[in-house]
Design a protein around this ligand. Structure first.
Ligand code: HEC
Ligand code: HEC
Ligand code: HEC
Ligand code: HEC
Length: 432
């Protein structure tokens, strides 16, 4: 009896000692400084600054997303923006064909290179693309702020249709978007992702339980629900570009508009990084090997205190190939990896811009025959259908932010399809 008590006593002392060590130095795996016991309120957890005292290394990385990083193609073609401030690379000036292709849609009014998470909220507040605050859709902040969890807790899904001015706050994308407020575990917070996944249409990967679902909350194509204005992932029949076109064909979607020159109903695609990397008819070697977004964009690092943590500076992996790529590509050398990646990107970059211009020429040619009435209705309908599909395929790759790196084989396949359609359309025009 006595010896048993003694034994239990030692165990308790040991356990307390371990807990004390953990509270002081943090468990070696998570860079935790002060003992984190969860936040008392959602208000507190919503503000990323409040996480700083517990997790300084991760917080510090997060603040560095304020810095702009230069690479050859980072952000969609820095290569041709030599005379522009990196903070405001104006796509409409760099690629004038966009003004034709997006004619009649807000992207023809203002379209700048994307930036780091730190700027996300300010960029949606400042955009020239969206109407005044009282009519601007509230749903636009869905991918820009940690406030979404709080808004949903208070209003349910009703906030999506509230005025922008009523929902906009001061917190950009932050900790609460990917971590639970009570124990900081990694988890996604957007239920539209669960709704998208519920279609069960992933073909190449099993999305259940993946770490990189935190990225799939925002780095996907989407549109708004016609009535509720909630974000919808167009994954009803699949995630490939063909499957998504099928989804758009099934019903009129919020991001579709009638192009003023051709009269075709066209759709605006938005940043399908998750879809291009993991899905597609052409399989991506990096996804097939089991790599996730986080493996390349959130490498492991070691702090000055010798503790390991996960880098939270989301940026171009080409700025840190030693920690992300060399495990597999050491035979190419660091410069070799960057050069090969730029080679892969350069071929997609050239093609997507060439086809962007061809599409603009086609649109203007259709617009001209439409204006002078020189074509019968059936032919015009065929031309409009070609415009719709070609634009869908081209835009899917053009707006994807890696310039083909995320799945170059699929990028070429989809762009080639767009180009073949445009050629077919030009042939039809030649015959009239
Ligand atoms: C976009 C999603 C995302 C955001 C935003 C985010 N994290 Fe993380 N965090 C992750 C992922 C992914 C991991 C790594 C999980 C793994 O590898 O198992 C991680 C890991 C961690 C860990 C575990 C220890 C480690 O470094 O691996 C801590 C602590 C942490 N994050 C704190 C924070 C803090 C503090 C913030 C806000 C300043 C934050 N995170 C913002 C996705 C995110
Ligand atoms: C095999 C490594 C790898 C994986 C995995 C990966 N990426 Fe990337 N990503 C890259 C590279 C390389 C670039 C090109 C960077 C450049 O052009 O400088 C890039 C570019 C990007 C960009 C544009 C960055 C910029 O500077 O313009 C975004 C956004 C992005 N990736 C998100 C994701 C998401 C989301 C996933 C998961 C679906 C993912 N990435 C998976 C390597 C990877
Ligand atoms: C809550 C929404 C959200 C989540 C979650 C999210 N992102 Fe982002 N991400 C954005 C937005 C919005 C931008 C563009 C911000 C801007 O332009 O102001 C962006 C920009 C980026 C960029 C920089 C692009 C550039 O041109 O510099 C990278 C890289 C990136 N994200 C990677 C990731 C990865 C990897 C994950 C998952 C670990 C992730 N993001 C999770 C919304 C999100
Ligand atoms: C898990 C291992 C692994 C990691 C990590 C990895 N790769 Fe790869 N990568 C491969 C394999 C395998 C291939 C296909 C075979 C080959 O081309 O050597 C490949 C192919 C490539 C290619 C195509 C080369 C060509 O010319 O066709 C490029 C470019 C590339 N990787 C760049 C990167 C970059 C950049 C990173 C880091 C951000 C990275 N890889 C991380 C395994 C990996």
């Amino acid at each position: 009896m006595r010896s048993e008590n003694w034994f239990v006593g030692v165990l308790v002392t040991l356990a307390m000692g371990l807990a004390a060590v953990a509270a002081v130095s943090g468990s070696p795996d998570n860079g935790e400084k002060a003992g984190f016991e969860g936040f008392d309120s959602l208000d507190e957890a919503t503000v990323s600054e409040n996480w700083k005292r517990y997790f300084p290394a991760q917080y510090e990385g997060w603040t560095r997303t304020a810095e702009m990083v230069e690479t050859m193609y980072g952000g969609g073609g820095k290569a041709e923006a030599e005379d522009m401030e990196i903070e405001k690379i104006n796509y409409l000036e760099m690629y004038p064909f966009l003004i034709v292709n997006y004619d009649g849609f807000p992207f023809s009014k203002g379209y700048y290179r994307s930036r780091g998470h730190y700027h996300a909220l300010n960029d949606v507040i400042d955009t020239e693309r969206l109407p005044d605050w009282d009519v601007r859709p509230a749903s636009c902040i869905g991918c820009k702020t940690t406030d979404v969890t709080k808004l949903t807790a208070i209003h349910g899904d009703d906030w999506y249709s509230m005025p922008f001015s009523k929902v906009v706050g001061t917190n950009t994308i932050g900790c609460l978007d990917c971590h639970a407020a009570d124990d900081a575990t990694v988890r996604h917070a957007r239920d539209w992702l669960d709704e998208g996944m519920a279609h069960g249409t992933f073909a190449n990967i099993d999305p259940e339980g993946r770490t990189d679902l935190v990225c799939a909350q925002c780095h996907t194509n989407y549109h708004f629900h016609a009535e509720t204005r909630k974000i919808v992932l167009p994954w009803t029949t699949g995630l490939t570009v063909e499957a998504q076109l099928e989804h758009y064909d099934a019903d009129r979607r919020s991001d579709e508009w009638v192009h003023p020159q051709t009269g075709a109903l066209v759709a605006k695609i938005q940043h399908p990084e998750y879809e291009l990397f993991h899905e597609g008819q052409e399989v991506n070697v990096h996804s097939m090997l089991g790599l996730q977004c986080t493996d390349c964009h959130m490498p492991k690092a070691t702090g000055s205190d010798g503790e390991k943590y996960t880098e939270h500076h989301w940026t171009s992996p080409l700025t840190h190939v030693e920690s992300t790529c060399m495990g597999c590509h050491s035979n190419w050398g660091e410069e070799g990896v960057v050069a090969r990646s730029e080679g892969v990107q350069g071929r997609v970059y050239k093609k997507q811009n060439r086809i962007g211009r061809e599409l603009a020429d086609f649109i203007e040619a259709v617009g001209a025959v439409r204006e002078n009435g020189g074509v019968d209705e059936a032919t015009m309908t065929r031309l409009q259908q070609i415009h719709r599909e070609a634009q869908f395929y081209w835009d899917f790759i053009w707006v994807e932010n890696s310039n083909g790196f995320h799945n170059w084989a699929e990028a070429h396949r989809v762009l080639d399809k767009a180009e073949a359609l445009i050629k077919e359309g030009m042939d039809v025009l030649d015959g009239v």
